[in-house]
Design a protein around this ligand. Sequence first.
Ligand code: PEP
Ligand code: MG
Length: 574
Amino acid sequence: MSKKITGIGASEGIAIAKAYVLVEDHIKVSDTKVKDTKKELKLIDEALSKAKKDLSNLQKIALEKLGPEKAAIFEAHEQILEDPAMSEEWNKLVQEEFCNAAFAVKTVADKYSAMFLAMEDDYFKERAADVKDVTERLIRYILNMPVLDLATIAEEVIIVADDLTPSQTAQLNPKFVKGFATNIGGRTSHAAIMARSLEIPAVLGLKNITTTVKSGEMLAIDGQTGNLEIAPSDVKAWATKEEQFKKIKQELMSFKNKKTITKDGFDKFILEGNIGAPKDVEAVLSNGGEGIGLFRSEFLYMDNDHFPTEEEQFVAYKKVVEDMNGHVTIIRTLDIGGDKKLSYFKFPEEMNPFLGYRAIRFTLDRKDIFREQIRALLRASAFGPLGIMFPMIATIDEFKAAKQFTLDCKKELEKEGVKIGKDLQIGMMVEIPAAAVNAENFAKHADFFSVGTNDLVQYSMAADRMSENVTYLYQPYNPSILRLLKMTIDGAHKHGKWAGMCGEMAGEPQAIPLLMGLGLDAFSMSATSILRARSIISKLTLKETQELASKALDCETTDEVLKLVDALLAKSEK
Ligand code: PEP
Ligand code: MG
């Protein structure tokens, strides 16, 4: 029986495929004693050979998709499984103490990860997570529980999950993963951002989709409207929708090599792409992007098993700057904390991690980690125009401290004879209301602003961007947000600086006319939104968007603002 559910449309496109339900069921290991020790040893042996096979498979896939460095992680995991000391210990527990296979492996794994965790050296500390990861796979095989590897999916599916972590999303192969549907998350959650950069349709915030749908059932999703249908009654209608979507996308391709220009000839707006990894540059360029307005450098850290070294970061940043071939690249320094965690670093427990120890607050406190990144960025600046951008700036003192630290690192490098780019810019995200209100003063110190509306809206409205329960409050078009945007843009311009936006709002069709009218200089968005933005800009005059913005600032509610915008957009289509 067909069933329709509506969630939040988070990444455009239509997908029709079988569901692949990803539920990380909890492993329960009992300590029951056994008589038949031979049987238990055999279970361990069989599990070991299955796990080793998986790992060499994963290694091959990672080598192809992610490069030799990531592949080496799986090689290290294989080595752990081959460690004679560990296997000797678990075999002994079975033979001499009559432990069951899973309990024996778990006991040894716990001992070794605790031992690694207690070590001083960060490298060894990190090995604790590896031991846990790899032995968990072994225990799952022993207990005959499903082992889910996203990277090995080899048929067309729609992934159904509670949420998807950035590293899980990075494993997905878009050739087979046609879409995803999750219980939690909204348009600005990281799963959504990744889905858009991978160009995979996604519907999020479906509350309990993991219990409503079963693996293997047919699903159809519309990533724009947020509609999902289980066992669709009219597959043909869905296929037609998919065709229409592809056709519109094709039509927009005609804007790829065109200038970004308004109907009345204003050609100063710049359309850029947001990326999470060097490989994403390709999509920005193939969608006609004129720069990178946001490189979320935290993915380099999250998709890793250690803090990336200066050299590792330099290689990544240099590649992006070079691939952008003279167009500007804005790289944001580590924005970690909140929902973005590291497997190899334990953040302090806080009641409100989104308001806590994160982003610039963390890096200013951990200058050792910050230094590696700043040096890597400065070195990359010699290869093309680069902007360094600090996240979550709340006070002038924070910005000045981060800027001074950057300048000190620059001096140090110059002393070492390292060349630094002459076009280097040092700017900041405006994503905390305090920074927007004080923009005019910040603009005396910063070279540029980039508004992070994903956070600015959540902090201004006190509405968690991840919560599907308060989405009604998540209102980028609320006149109060528009006023904060005006303060930010005017503040920058007063001191001859430029103001961009890299929050998701920058690529939304209804936001574009307002942002044009407010005088935003650079719009940075998911690669797939760039051509549509160029098409919208081409149909509007600067004058009518300025009139729209001025009226919108006087509105009382979001609905009033959106009515004005929709009327102008409808007129522009005639
Ligand atoms: C933002 O807050 O708008 C932003 C671009 O940063 P992130 O989504 O990574 O928090
Ligand atoms: Mg942010």
